[in-house]
Design a protein around this ligand. Structure first.
Ligand code: SF4
Length: 421
């Protein structure tokens, strides 16, 4: 009989207490961490977001895990990340507070994987995506332990992001691009086949609901989940937040690639029970781009950065009262050899990978473009290049309607939550 995957759930107490609990529930940090070994902590710090925004993994959680592994005998502790395309990793780590917390916790090195020069080409055996090999930094391959530290958040291109998806952040931009040109979910599993984190510790302290990662709404959930099995961790996390796993296609990819268990019959939950911590989260990306049927949105070959931006834009158009009146727009993102033959003012070309088609439509510059530009391209039907200083007033003016729009949705959700208590 195959052993069940164990998923530990801790709730309540300080972050350090919850980290100790999940380690203890999995056998004790001193039994998991090799004495004198090198431990790499891989948080999710892929976007700009201050502490408290839930865009990135809690800095306090990163600090607590760094202290716990050090106390368990780790010789060297590294924090490493490769932020999303177009984002500077070090800036993201600093913005999230992770840089400061890690330094205060005595982390030996904080590494921007994008800047790593010492790379090893690792073949992917039996690849299911078009990735046949991947360049990975030597320090990651030679580490004794990799601890994957995602935050659970609503995500435009993948419905949600947690342990399975966070491994995408161990590759440099070139591989990121390649992953987006093939079956992204399968490419993620192919990366898992060569970078097996031996532990996953997920931030469900203040996970993010809403239109993440651009407009994440922190939710008071108060949990830390941990498991050696990333698929089991994600499967349990989904059940904790009321997400129908059947709507997330990449569990099927994880099963096919043998990454881990997803059925409760194959998982042992220790610590708190799922029903003890259950709270339904607002995860609006369940319908994908079908959520905006009034618009033609062509996403083939696009990266999650541009997908998230366009998904966020659709809601922003609603918040600004511009959604219905602009539904003649055809929004295109991701590299394409052909674009639809429609009048120039109807065609919105999002991002630099469509540069070759500029002139046939309204161009939105950037890789990915700046946040307000897609909405402005749709509203104004004019090319959007750089954010000029005088445009900052417009950005500030749009904040009010957007915040009111999100507050109204959250208030409505909270009413339903209270009814269901
Ligand atoms: S512009 Fe193209 S390559 Fe750049 S993030 Fe967007 S989809 Fe990806």
């Amino acid at each position: 009989m195959t052993a069940k995957s164990i998923v530990a759930i801790a709730k309540d107490g300080s972050v350090d207490v919850m980290v100790k609990q999940v380690f203890d529930l999995l056998g004790g940090a001193e039994n998991i961490i090799k004495k004198g070994g090198t431990v790499v902590l891989k948080p999710n710090a892929g976007h700009h977001g201050k502490p408290g925004t839930s865009v990135n993994t809690s800095a306090k959680l990163v600090g607590a895990v760094a202290r716990a592994v050090r106390a368990a005998g780790a010789g060297k502790v590294i924090v490493a990340e490769s932020a999303a395309i177009g984002c500077d990793t070090v800036d993201c780590l600093k913005d999230a507070g992770i840089y400061g917390e890690a330094a205060a916790a005595g982390v030996d090195e904080i590494i921007d994987i994008k800047a790593s020069k010492d790379l090893i080409t690792v073949p992917i055996r039996d690849a299911r995506s078009e990735l046949t090999s991947v360049k990975l930094p030597r320090f990651l391959i030679e580490a004794d332990h990799i601890i994957n530290m995602p935050i659970f958040k609503s995500h435009a291109s993948m419905v949600f992001s947690c342990a399975l998806k966070n491994i995408k952040g161990v590759v440099q931009d070139k591989v990121h691009y390649e992953m987006h040109k093939t079956n992204l979910a399968m490419a993620m599993m192919d990366i898992w086949s060569v970078v097996r984190a031996d532990l996953n510790i997920a931030d469900l302290i203040w996970p993010a609901e809403g239109f993440g990662p651009h407009s994440a709404v922190p939710m008071d959930f108060g949990c830390v989940l941990a498991s050696r099995d990333p698929a089991a961790l994600d499967a349990v996390a989904c059940r904790c937040v009321g997400l129908d796993m059947g709507k997330v296609s990449y569990f099927e990819n994880a099963r096919e690639r043998g990454i881990g268990a997803t059925e409760l019959a194959d998982i042992e939950v220790v610590g708190k029970r799922i029903d003890e911590v259950y709270q339904k989260m607002w995860l609006p990306y369940l319908d994908g781009f079908g959520a905006w049927p009034e618009y033609d949105i062509l996403t083939e070959n696009s990266c999650s950065s541009c997908q998230s931006l366009v998904a966020f834009t659709m809601e922003k158009l609603k918040a600004l009262g511009e959604y219905d009146k602009n539904s003649d727009a055809v929004i295109v993102l991701g590299a394409k050899s052909e674009v639809p033959d429609v009048p120039r003012e109807r065609l919105i070309l999002v991002g630099n990978c469509l540069k070759r088609h500029r002139g046939k439509g309204v161009a939105v510059n950037g890789c990915p473009p700046s946040e307000p530009h897609v909405a402005w391209a749709v509203i104004d039907r004019e090319d959007q290049m750089e954010i000029q200083d005088y445009l900052r007033d417009r950005m500030a003016e749009e904040e009010g309607p957007w915040n009111a729009y999100i507050d109204a949705i959250v208030a409505e959700k909270n009413k339903t939550r209270r009814k269901n208590l």
